[in-house]
Design a binder for this molecule. Sequence first.
Ligand code: PRT
Ligand code: ZN
Length: 297
Amino acid sequence: MQPNQQRIKLAVQKSGRLTDHSLDLLERCGLKFTQSKDQLICVGENMPIDLLLVRDDDIPSLVSEDICDLGIVGQNVIQEKGHALRKNGGARFDQVFALDFGHCRLAIAAPEDTPFAGIQDLQNSTIATSYVGILTDFLERNDIQAQTVYFSGAVEIAPKLGQADFICDLVSTGSTLAANQLVPVHDVMQSEAVIIQTREPLSTGKQEWVDRILQRLDGVLQVRESKYIMLHAPRSALEQISLLLPGSEAPTVIPLDDDRVAVHAVCRENVFWETLENLKSAGASSLLVLPVEKMLA
Ligand code: PRT
Ligand code: ZN
């Protein structure tokens, strides 16, 4: 095993909505971990990468302060913590790419019977939130004078308790709002999980591993919706069939005899029954669609 300072530290949420997705994604990249007894560190068995299991709120600072090299966290947390980090010279990390999970939006919601014509109706109101930083920036940007009240959780009960006129909270399905007779009236931001990287230069050895893991992550994300499609077709229908293949670049064409060819293609979008029916109508036969497990460009 490599000495500690040569090992990459990646911060992941210890227990919450991002945990399973994050670990699943890393396992798909070929990383194998042993979880330590105190469950704060997962040691990478087959690569010099260790996971630090922490609260999601701590991840931006851990990466900004170069305690971790990489982190997986929601953009909502990055933006909220970024507001606080601005006072200390700003966050010193970059968002590398979005990971297509943990989708949600930070929305302002009102009790069902509150008339709401637009954000000017927030003027002189009281808004309960756990996202004081993002909300303050939003109100300033829109020239709205409103009072923010910090709630660390259960924000949705604030209007019923008479503590606020509106709330500003994360929404995914909307069922929490509905259960509390609240309706979303304005979206402040959209969010999903992203991977972040420290701005501190890494040693060459570490940088090579970071590049490798980022490339694998990108590969895993690209193949999520991808399918490998195989079919036979008359040579004369080749052009029309190529146009029908969803999100495919250059298909591989293999001659079968003078008139017929086999076509193999990676489609970067899901292949629906309608697409197969259209391909069949265009002359294709022996259609086979397979999931793609790994791809390296
Ligand atoms: O303990 P720790 O601090 O690590 O976790 P946490 O409790 O702060 O966060 P957690 O695990 O709840 O969420 C982690 C991240 O998941 C968030 O920072 C977001 O990036 C993302 N995410 C996606 C969500 C939601 N969807 C979500 N729906 N985070 C929270 N919620 C909550 C929301 O606050 C509200 O209470 O779910 C409720 C609304 O859900 P719906 O489906 O009823 O609309
Ligand atoms: Zn948190």
